[in-house]
Design a protein around this ligand. Structure first.
Ligand code: DX5
Ligand code: ZN
Length: 220
C-alpha cells in the first residue's frame, strides 16, 4: 500500500461540461485536483471521439497543474510531438495501440516529458516487463476504455502485481487506475498499491459545488 500522502487524484475531464471546459479545469484545480486527466480518443482504437492537441493547448492557459494525457489512439507515434507542444506533462500510450510500445516510450521521454504505459483489462501485466526502465507511470484500466460512467472491473490482483514490479524497479513510478473509481473502489485500489486515481463521474456528477468534497472522498 502506498503512503497516504502520495495518493493523487486525477479528475477526468471527459465527464466535465464541454461547453465550458476552461472553467471546469479551473474549478477542479481550485478544488484540489493533483493531476488533470485528459482522455484523447480516436473513434478507432476506442469507439468514441473526444478532442486533440489544440484543445489541450487552450486548456494549458487555465491551470499550472500536471496534465496527465491518456492517448487512446492508434497509430500514436505521429501525434506525440503535438501533445508535447500543447503542454502535456505526462503522456500515456496503450501497449495494445501498436507493435512498438518500446519505441513510443523512448520517443515520449526523448521529447522531455514523462512517459506512461496503459493496459486494457484483458492485457497481462507481463506485457510491460521489458519496458519498465522506460516508464514513469503505469495506467491500469479498470474498465474497457472509451466511455465514462462504466462499472469497475476488479483487477486488484493485477494492480498488486504492478506494484511488485515497481518495487523491484526501485524508483518512483506512479501506479494509476482509471475507470469506475468511486470512494469504495478507490480504497480497494489503494490497498492493492495504486497511488493515482482517475475519476470522471465520481468527481463531476453534481457540478462544481461538490468537486472539493468528492475529490477529498476519493483520498479515503
Ligand atoms: C475511459 C477513460 C476514463 C474515464 C473514466 O476510457 O479513460 O478516464 O473518463 O470515467 P469514470 O470515472 O466515469 O469511469
Ligand atoms: Zn483515462
Amino acid at each position: 500500500m502506498p503512503p497516504k500522502n502520495t495518493i493523487r487524484i486525477a479528475p477526468s475531464i471527459l465527464s466535465a461540461d464541454f461547453s465550458k471546459l476552461g472553467e471546469e479545469v479551473a474549478a477542479i484545480d481550485k478544488a484540489g485536483a493533483d493531476y488533470i486527466h485528459i482522455d484523447v480518443m480516436d473513434g478507432h482504437f476506442v469507439p468514441n471521439l473526444t478532442f486533440g492537441a489544440p484543445v489541450v493547448k487552450s486548456l494549458r492557459k487555465t491551470t499550472k497543474k500536471i496534465f496527465d494525457v491518456h492517448l487512446m489512439v492508434t497509430p500514436v507515434d505521429p501525434l506525440l510531438q503535438s501533445f508535447v507542444d500543447a503542454g502535456s506533462d505526462i503522456i500515456t500510450a496503450h501497449v495494445e495501440a501498436g507493435p512498438h510500445i518500446h519505441r513510443t516510450l523512448q520517443a515520449i521521454r526523448a521529447a522531455g516529458v514523462k512517459a506512461g504505459v496503459s493496459l486494457n483489462p484483458a492485457t497481462p501485466i507481463e506485457s510491460i516487463s521489458h519496458v519498465m526502465d522506460l516508464v514513469d507511470l503505469i495506467l491500469i484500466m479498470t474498465v474497457n476504455p472509451g466511455f465514462g460512467g462504466q462499472s469497475f472491473i476488479d483487477l486488484t490482483g493485477k494492480i498488486s502485481a504492478a506494484r511488485a514490479m515497481i518495487e523491484r524497479e526501485g524508483r518512483e513510478i506512479d501506479l494509476e487506475v482509471d475507470g469506475g473509481i468511486t470512494p469504495q473502489t478507490a480504497k480497494m485500489c489503494i490497498q492493492a498499491g495504486a497511488n493515482v486515481l482517475v475519476a470522471g463521474t465520481a468527481v463531476f456528477k453534481d457540478g462544481p459545488g461538490k468537486y472539493g468534497e468528492y475529490i477529498q472522498a476519493l483520498r479515503g
